[in-house]
Design a protein around this ligand. Structure first.
Ligand SMILES: Nc1ncnc2c1ncn2[C@@H]1O[C@H](COP(=O)(O)OP(=O)(O)OP(=O)(O)O)[C@@H](O)[C@H]1O
Ligand SMILES: [Ca+2]
Ligand SMILES: [Ca+2]
Length: 696
């Protein structure tokens, strides 16, 4: 937005009137302009004669990006970053090797959101041209731009040089003017009120400060000191991080970290991300620009900044607004149903970049990026991946799983074998444990028995994390926990943010635990994630073994005929034939939708897709080849299906309503919903985009 072209205000009260037009704003669509891996191209882009540049912009202007952002070139060459300065282009400090998918990514965060907001009618089409210096119009617009912050910023601080900027604000050094702290330096993010042209934008700033205030105190989160306002600006005063952005260090390192260095960064990022998630805060804009080092020191601490797009999320809630930065955005965000797992995806993107120096999802247009995020698998074949450890690859793959239910959580990632040996700190409490626990407590006896059997097949590594979580709940002498333990553990970790994310209300749904205790065995059964186990190569062994244990415990499987009756199939239907008909030819998955015609008319609501799992994917033909096949089935049953000679086992992944809803969503055919939003885009090669009105 305007911020990217405005000059830093030397005085706090300076309005944005003087927004420079010398850096002619490029539409963010110019993200699409490829910077072919070296600074020359970037410089060329910048050095185009003004008129030519304008022409180029007009020609390439995409209707998708009515809001301009820093062009890659401008950003790259911004004065705050020596690594990006053209003067350094040939100096030793300049990375010799640039990314195949060149940095820096501009942050189209707001653009994604603004397009959406515009579509929903809450932003006027011409908001792109945000009225500058419109402070006198504040009243006219009817927007309440008072935040209730102190008004005496100017009395307390003396504003100094700019140290960085983004879409929403610019950050300056400042000094205490008087008192004990006189001369001490801080950082001040200045957010011009002139840019708050919608109620949403004002609310975003309010929330940014609220979240920062609530979460401050964590070692890997920028320390918040105070917030001020005056007629023109909001001032967020925080600790000054003098070590620059993580992005700069990545660039300075030639775009590649050693595994050990990457681990050290990952541990800090995951620590703060898991902390936010426990508090019920989802950051939504995790990217290397939003992590700063406190000092230039090689081992300096890393701090998360910029909670401008962050939000509170209740443990049961799914958010639906599309925000974030394109390269880092999770697929489920584009599908508009997401929670904290979306941040973990972004961490996965950062991890991928740290380890190999390339972006995992790349295209020349924003819609092209979205398409790859939704559909493409990142490459682990190209150098340097073959020379990296299998642990590192497994770690990144498990963060970049497109299914959020199969993705590791941040706390879990900290106990991943690749990380845990280098991590002295304790694994933090994981809110997702409580979600799984609640689903377990609401499950049928049959499902509980199945999960118990499955939990007995877990390996030492898989158990490590669950045991850590159990220990965090401080079991009593007998090794059991109760509702009180959960409450105490949460209280010990609580900040004000938990009030907004309603973690305590969520606890109320644990009443079933009030009169009983849970030992470690049951805890493991309750909190293991079947979705995550399914990702593992050894999943079939797990399931096969679990089934044997399940039977040994005296449980009886349901025969296919019983399943058929449970599904409402009439006894006259030859079930084995039906089974065959359920297999979708497109992907070889067993589709329940296909069975609808034969199912009894009592099936009113959409039926979830039933999928076959097997090594290398199961095709119709392989149904007969892989005994036993493991299939997941939403209703609460564990079923053995005798299919000719072979055995099919059905283990329900979950019984919670939430999951059923998700299943239904999935069953409406993922590819269809994707194509609805993106298929019309001609591939990334074209900068010309279809009109947004037809695409969103
Ligand atoms: N505490 C700090 N110490 C030093 N520099 C900072 C600090 N906070 C922010 N910065 C610098 O200012 C830049 C912009 O800050 P921030 O990311 O909060 O702004 P933004 O407008 O919300 O950005 P975005 O465009 O990513 O949304 C940062 O990338 C960083 O370089
Ligand atoms: Ca930022
Ligand atoms: Ca921001």
């Amino acid at each position: 937005m305007g911020a990217c072209t405005s000059r830093p205000s030397p005085e706090p009260n300076l309005s944005d009137n003087d927004q420079s037009t010398t850096n002619s704003p490029l539409p963010a669509g110019n993200n699409a302009v490829p910077i072919k891996g070296n600074l020359e191209n970037v410089e060329n882009l910048c050095n185009q004669p003004e008129k030519k540049k304008e022409e180029a912009e007009v020609g390439k202007k995409s209707p998708f990006f009515p809001f301009y952002s820093p062009s890659p070139a401008h950003y790259w060459l911004s004065k705050k970053s020596p690594a990006r300065s053209p003067a350094n282009a040939s100096s030793n400090s300049t990375p010799k090797r640039f990314f195949k998918r060149p940095f820096p990514p501009p942050s189209p965060a707001k653009h994604i959101r603004a397009v959406l907001a515009r579509r929903q009618g809450s932003v006027k089409p011409n908001e792109a041209a945000i009225p500058e210096g419109n402070e006198s119009e504040n009243g006219v617009s009817g927007l309440d731009k008072s935040f209730g912050f102190s008004k005496n910023f100017g009395n307390k601080y003396e504003l100094g040089d700019e140290v960085g900027r983004g879409h929403f604000g610019y950050t300056c050094k400042a000094k205490f003017k008087k008192g004990e702290l006189k001369g001490q330096e801080v950082a001040v993010k200045v957010i011009p009120k002139a840019k708050m042209t919608t109620a949403i934008a004002i609310e975003d700033v309010r929330r940014e400060v609220k979240i920062l205030r609530a979460l401050t105190g964590h070692n890997n989160l920028v320390q918040f000191y105070d917030a001020f306002e005056d007629h023109d600006n909001v001032y967020v005063v925080m600790e000054l991080c003098e070590g620059g952005e993580l992005l700069d260090r990545i660039l300075a390192s030639g775009g590649k970290y050693t595994e050990d260095d990457a681990k050290a960064v990952m541990i800090q990022i995951l620590n703060v991300v898991s902390f936010c998630h426990l508090q019920g805060v989802v950051h939504r804009d995790l990217k290397p620009e939003n992590f700063l080092f406190t000092s230039k020191d090689e081992n300096s601490q890393l701090k998360a900044i910029d909670f401008g797009l962050s939000d509170f999320v209740k443990p049961d809630e799914r958010l639906n607004d599309i925000v974030g930065s394109a390269y880092y955005v999770a697929p489920e965000v584009l599908h508009r149903s997401y929670s904290t797992e979306a941040d973990v995806w972004s961490v996965g993107v950062i991890a991928y970049i740290l380890l190999c120096g390339s972006r995992p999802f790349w295209a020349r247009t924003e819609s092209g990026i979205f398409r790859t995020v939704l559909k493409a698998d990142p490459s682990f074949e190209e150098p340097p991946w073959p020379s990296l450890s299998s642990g590192a690859k497994d770690f990144v793959k498990r963060l970049l799983n497109k299914d959020p239910r199969k993705r590791m959580t941040a706390a879990q990632a900290l106990s991943h074998p690749w990380i845990k040996d280098s991590n002295d700190a304790k694994v933090p409490l994981d809110i997702s444990i409580f979600k799984l626990m609640r689903a377990y407590m609401r499950s049928s006896a049959l499902r509980k028995a199945a999960l118990r059997a499955l939990s007995k097949t877990l390996t030492v590594d898989e158990l490590f994390y669950l045991k850590e979580q159990f220990a965090l709940l401080e079991p009593n002498k007998n090794g059991t926990i109760s509702l009180d333990n959960i409450k105490t553990a949460l209280m010990n970790n609580a900040t004000d943010a938990m009030k907004d994310s309603r973690v305590h209300d969520f606890l109320a749904s644990f009443n079933a635990l009030q009169y009983r205790r849970m030992d470690l065995d049951e805890f493991c059964a309750a909190t293991l994630s079947v979705y995550q186990l399914e990702v593992l190569d050894r999943w079939e062994q797990h399931a096969r073994c679990a089934y044997e244990l399940f039977e040994k415990d005296g449980n009886r499987a349901i025969a296919i005929e019983e399943l058929a009756s449970e599904l409402g199939l009439s006894p006259s239907v030859p079930v084995h034939t039906v089974l065959h008909d359920w297999i979708r030819h497109t992907d070889g998955k067993l589709s329940f939708l296909g069975s609808l015609g034969m199912a009894s008319s009592s099936w009113q609501k959409p039926v979830p897709t039933l999928s076959f799992w097997g090594k290398n994917g199961i095709t119709a033909a392989s149904v007969r080849l892989f005994p036993p096949l493991i299939i997941r089935f939403v209703p609460d049953v564990l079923v053995e299906m005798k299919c000719k000679k072979h055995t099919l086992i059905v283990i329900s992944s979950s019984s919670s309503d939430e999951d059923e809803e998700e299943e239904e969503e999935e069953s409406s055919d993922e590819s269809e919903s994707e194509s609805e939003a993106f298929d019309h885009h001609d591939d990334d090669d074209s900068v010309e985009e279809t009109s947004p009105s037809t695409s969103w």
